[in-house]
Design a protein around this ligand. Structure first.
Ligand SMILES: [Fe+2]
Length: 404
């Protein structure tokens, strides 16, 4: 049975969305991750539940005014952050108990995927796994166009990086109907966890060493500078726009070549939770979240950078009368710089990186404290612990979502 199924998998030209209830779902996703460097996993969570809870999450943010939050989830929803990319940057968006729950789910799902795809020797070498904090993304037609990003790799550039770290990225589609898309070039991940292992043959089928060497040579100047027409044609053959249906999670090696395409967004807000998963052979965390958890502050992203509330080119818009000058969604507890040049920019903890302070520092109501398991999820814990976490259905906390 397994052999027969795998024979048909070998004809795949890109990752496949597995039918619900398929007993070979994990093996199928693992096959895609090894062969293509990317796969699409059914999380088993209902799109309706995800979408409803993500509205509740956004409506709970203490940083934003009530009248501003009243339109959340409707066609009139307003932007909580500036820039078409729409990834939230307020501290509460990282700490709501439902977002912690989604990280826990993601860790369990990706641990299962890793157990089925990573080489046996890697898993036996004393592997650890940390789920990384990442942002909620909200896009909508009238939030402005996303500036198209050229082909690039997401690479963690923090001080704590080890050569044998494996970092997977991705997101969970939290919409009811909208199919989100990941544009990438198959099998262009540099992470070479499959070299000299039982999965090398499958991994090597699409992996093109000459092509990869050429890309590496031009990487500093950007992929756009690749001049060799043959190489460009080879790359474009493997270019795919991968569909991520509601309730599904896309998982890929962080360094696979991908692009952000400036596509038309739907009228209604489309919501996702970006995810990051780090595997390494020592128990030292890739990113230490102790302070972010204690104060419920803004954590570093899986790239090592801090999430900005707006981009540097918004400063020129703040200087002119109009939408950006008047953009003021925050409650009065958040101090603002208000002068004739800056509009209503909140006072930022890191002005250079345009990062907000923590809930504690703003004196805003924090969410309920992290449980020991909440902390363990975002810590570097033994792989054996990560994979054995039991599934839990989401149980809304109601009032206890707020601390105090
Ligand atoms: Fe990226």
């Amino acid at each position: 049975m397994l052999m027969e199924a795998q024979t048909s998998w070998e004809t795949r030209t890109q990752p496949v969305v597995v039918a619900p209830g398929d007993p070979l779902a994990v093996e199928s996703n693992a096959f895609d991750l090894i062969r293509f460097g990317v796969c699409v996993v059914n999380t088993g969570m209902s799109p309706q539940m995800l979408s409803e809870q993500m509205k509740i999450v956004r409506k709970s943010f203490p940083e934003y005014k009530e009248e501003f939050k009243a339109k959340i989830g409707t066609i009139g929803e307003e932007r909580m952050v500036l820039g078409g990319f729409g990834a939230l940057a307020n501290p509460s968006s990282f700490h709501h108990p439902f977002v912690r729950y989604l990280r826990r789910q993601a860790k369990t799902i990706v641990a299962t995927l890793a157990a089925a795809s990573f080489p046996t020797q890697k898993i036996r070498s004393g592997l650890y796994m940390q789920e990384l904090f990442d942002r909620i993304g909200v896009r909508k037609k009238d939030f402005g166009t996303i500036s198209a990003e050229a082909w690039h790799r997401d690479v963690y550039n923090g001080a704590n990086r080890r050569d044998d770290d494996i970092i997977l990225g991705g997101w969970i589609n939290c919409d009811v109907e909208y199919i989100q898309k990941f544009n990438c070039i198959l099998a262009t991940n540099r992470t070479n966890v499959f070299k000299n292992t039982e999965h090398e043959t499958l991994h090597r089928e699409l992996y093109d060493q000459e092509l990869m060497d050429t890309i590496d040579l031009v990487d500093e100047g950007g992929f756009a500078l690749l001049q060799n027409a043959t190489m460009i044609a080879k790359l474009m053959q493997k270019r795919r726009s991968i569909e991520v249906p509601p309730g599904h999670m896309v998982v890929f090696f962080q360094d696979i070549l991908h692009e952000v395409v400036s596509t038309k967004q739907p009228d209604l807000p489309t919501v996702r939770l970006y995810t990051g998963h780090c595997f390494r052979t020592v128990d030292e965390p890739l990113i230490d979240y102790t302070d972010a958890i204690a104060k419920q502050g803004v954590p570093p992203l899986p790239s090592g950078q801090m999430p900005p509330l707006f981009s540097t080119n918004h400063y020129q818009w703040f200087k002119k009368p109009g939408y950006y000058r008047d953009w003021d969604p925050f409650v009065p507890e958040i101090p603002r710089i208000v002068d004739k040049y800056s509009g209503h920019i909140p006072v930022l903890k890191d002005v250079g990186e345009r990062v907000m302070y923590s809930l504690e520092e703003y004196g805003l109501q924090k969410y309920v404290d992290y449980t020991a398991d909440d902390v363990a999820v975002v810590s570097m814990e033994p792989f054996g612990v990560a994979i054995n976490r039991e599934f839990q259905p989401w149980v809304p906390h109601g009032d206890v979502e707020m601390a105090g």
